[in-house]
Design a protein around this ligand. Structure first.
Ligand code: GLA
Length: 734
């Protein structure tokens, strides 16, 4: 059409294309870049003859409730089902919103980073929507986020405020959703659901805090054909949000694919006062027509280059005290553990829960102390500086555990400020862990300031503390904020999480050299909200059983890069499952992410120590490949008796291959040769097995040189014995 204005948002090899026609942004394409955006506009289905009306023009940007009739107002087949990323009841009670384009501008935020801003407003009201898109030349990832502004005479009630809505033709007759499900100790297990026509799958988490539990806010949709790791058209999406969220994926009756995702206000509207704006969380999306593996690599690259703090840096090998000591430690316990990690070749020691609280509130169990971030000088008399100096003497760094959003009713903080706790005036206070744990009201700036001051003072006084494990061991159990007015109580879910992220961001900015780990009872913060705001990494799971970790890490790394997933070698039998697993296997699993330890080195068998040191040395060598390389998933643990994955560095000169037996039976002996991916097909690679124990090797190719084409076509024969046997190979291009 003549008056079309064409928009073409390009990343490395993908584009999002749409046109502005009669005040509406209409979708023309999302996927592999085509040479002419004008062609895409010409191919847009826009027949409105009553029969083909389901193949109507699709809104490219932000559809609003009530705004469905933009070309064919009176057609009987119009339904509301497909619309409504935004649902606003305006100040005068009108419940629909009709957005019209006002303005658009494209800028370059940095070399290779383009930023498109689309301004829209309701045709009748002072209600404004600004939609942002950002693309990157170096990876096929798009970011989008929304700002809502209320310039009406009074408050508006927002029933729905998604961050993302996209409707596109399916280009085939099938759609399969891959997402992560799970809870404490069993995070990130993969679900695969094929959608029938007119079917919707909804995903979400209403924990309010463990935003990556139940479902993880990241998912993939394969559409138009089946998909594998290396084949098929796949959409990948992730909401960068740490609190309550929802997503829905619909295969419509006309075989279009409709994807929505955004925050969940759980039980009522978000009230936005006149003159106020809010910014909704970012949605990150990507596309590949070469299968699901590429979707993961796109997310990983974007996360390392554009999302996480220090994403391009290598993470230290640390020992965290929790499973080695729990609450029972003295200064000597801690310095002994420091000796241990130093002797292993590690680089950091983290004191977990139990170092704070005074007198009756001393945190020697989980019934008390949260909220009182004061050093327990009865337990650790020489103070934090002494321990930071002890760490420095050993050439390692020191980290400390906090649970900043939480308190125990047994704490000085709650005794002084009972109104700082999420609660409801007419209901008994529900309490969590230790029968006394409550959640602080992060909506209240005074609460955030108090917690900020306590942590800031400690970090300022002891610059030797350079790592914080930020934990959160409760969900929102009392859905009431004493701070918010009574007619704003449903704002709690959004304002709580905004408050958490604001506090974390403020601390990270004030202490730029401090690394942060996001933890929420294990993997509850495996999400891009925390990673893009303050966290260098997240704790993968409280379940440290290496068998379970093969599955959990597999799931988390569908979206989150290896250097963000903390993986610790722990004692055997495992404290969560009581399963006994050989030390080599525990190492081989933890080495495929960010390696660390969570045990008391003094409890280890002295005979194992040389092997531990060898593994740490090995990991340091392969760390750049694992933490910065491209991940290729070769054999899924869901498909059989073994699992295999590999990392390849950027110039394809080095790779690391991991193989894990999973079944206890003899079948594990019969695994097919492992066909490698991602290598440079024209080169030969020297293969070296790492971490060989008791001369038990797993391939005949140790120290052989083999061409990448044969490794990809025929594969590497690997012998995995029954039980928990595993192998790691280093490949170096000649
Ligand atoms: C949570 C965390 C653990 C540990 C404990 C301490 O469960 O996930 O790693 O820090 O709290 O209380």
């Amino acid at each position: 059409m003549q008056d079309d204005k064409i928009f073409e948002l390009r990343s490395k090899s993908c584009s999002l294309d749409f046109v502005l026609r009669a005040g509406k942004f209409l979708f023309t394409h999302f996927g592999k870049t085509c040479s002419s955006a004008g062609d895409l506009a010409a191919l847009m289905p826009d027949r409105h003859d009553g029969i083909t009306s389901l193949r109507r023009p699709l809104q490219a940007t932000y559809p609003a409730y009530g705004d469905i009739d933009f070309f064919e107002p009176n057609h009987p087949s119009r339904t509301m089902e497909a619309y409504g990323a935004l649902g606003v009841v305006h100040a005068d009670g009108v419940a629909s919103t009709v957005l019209v384009a006002v303005d658009s501008a494209i800028t370059e935020d940095a070399p290779g980073v383009r930023h498109l801003v689309l301004k829209m407003r309701d045709e009748n009201y002072g209600f404004f929507v600004t939609q942002h898109f950002r693309t990157y030349d170096d990876c096929d990832v798009f970011e989008t986020w929304i700002e809502l502004t209320n310039d009406e005479a009074g408050a508006v009630a927002i029933n729905k405020m998604d961050s993302f809505a996209l409707e596109m033709n399916l280009m085939g007759r099938n759609a399969t959703v891959f997402n992560l499900r799970g809870t404490w100790g069993a995070e990130a297990h993969i679900s695969e659901t094929t959608l029938a026509q007119s079917q919707t799958i909804s995903l979400g988490s209403r924990s309010g805090i463990h935003g990556a539990w139940y479902n993880n806010p990241a998912f993939m949709v394969a559409y138009g054909n089946d998909s594998t790791e290396t084949y098929g058209r796949v959409f990948g999406g992730a909401l960068a949000w740490s609190g309550a969220w929802q997503a829905s994926i619909t295969r419509t009756s006309a075989d279009a694919l409709l994807i929505h995702s955004g925050v969940d206000n759980c039980s009522g509207p978000y009230i936005l006062d006149s003159g106020k704006s809010i910014t909704l969380p970012r949605f990150i999306f990507t596309y590949s027509d070469e299968g699901r593996g590429q979707i993961s690599r796109n997310f990983h690259k974007w996360a390392r280059l554009h999302c996480m703090p220090r994403g391009k840096e290598l993470r230290p090998i640390l020992l965290n005290s929790w499973e080695g000591a729990y609450f029972n430690f003295s200064e000597k316990t801690l310095t002994d553990m420091m000796d241990g990690v130093r002797d292993f070749g590690g680089e950091m020691f983290v004191i977990d829960d139990g170092w704070f609280g005074l007198g009756e509130f001393a945190r020697n169990d989980d019934h008390r102390g949260l909220g009182d971030w004061v050093w327990n000088t009865d337990k650790l008399p020489h103070g934090p500086k002494y321990l930071a100096d002890e760490a420095a003497k050993r050439g390692i760094r020191l980290g400390l555990w906090f649970e900043p959003e939480m308190a125990n009713t047994n704490s000085e903080l709650v005794k002084k400020h009972p109104d700082w706790v999420l609660s409801e005036p007419t209901r008994p206070l529900r309490k969590g862990r230790g029968t006394t744990q409550v959640v602080l009201d992060m909506c209240n700036p005074d609460v955030r300031d108090k917690i900020f001051r306590q942590i800031d003072e400690l970090l300022t006084a002891v610059p030797g503390i350079t790592y914080i494990k930020w934990d959160a061991n409760s969900e929102i159990m009392n859905p009431g904020s004493p701070y918010l007015p009574k007619d704003r109580q449903c704002n709690l879910w959004f304002d709580y999480t905004s408050g958490y992220l604001e506090l974390a961001d403020r601390l990270a900015k004030k202490h730029p050299d401090v690394m942060f780990q996001a933890c929420a009872s294990g993997g509850g913060h495996a999400e891009f909200g925390s990673l893009s705001t303050y966290a260098d990494e997240f704790w993968g799971s409280d379940d440290t059983d290496a068998h379970m970790r093969v599955f959990i890490q597999w799931g988390e790394m569908l979206f989150y890069p290896a250097n963000s997933v903390a993986c610790h070698v722990t004692a055997s039998p495992n404290h969560q499952t009581r399963r006994e697993i050989p030390l080599k296997y525990r190492f081989d699993v933890a080495m495929s992410g960010r390696l660390g330890f969570e045990l008391h080195p003094g409890n280890m068998d002295a005979q194992d120590i040389p092997y531990v040191k060898e593994c740490v040395e090995t990991y340091k060598r392969i760390r750049p490949i694992v933490q910065q390389g491209d991940l290729y998933r070769l054999a899924s643990p869901y498909d059989g008796d073994y699992a295999s994955l590999m990392y390849v560095n950027e110039d394809k000169s080095k790779a690391v291959l991991f193989v894990y037996g999973i079944a206890r039976g003899i079948y594990a002996n019969y695994i097919p040769p492992i066909r490698l991916q991602g290598l440079d097909a024209s080169r030969r690679y020297l293969i070296k097995e790492l971490g060989v124990r008791n001369e038990h090797t797993h391939a005949n190719t140790h120290s052989s040189s083999i061409g990448a084409d044969a490794l990809a076509t025929v594969g590497l024969p690997v012998w995995i014995a029954a039980g928990y046997d595993s192998a790691v190979f280093e490949l170096t291009a000649e």
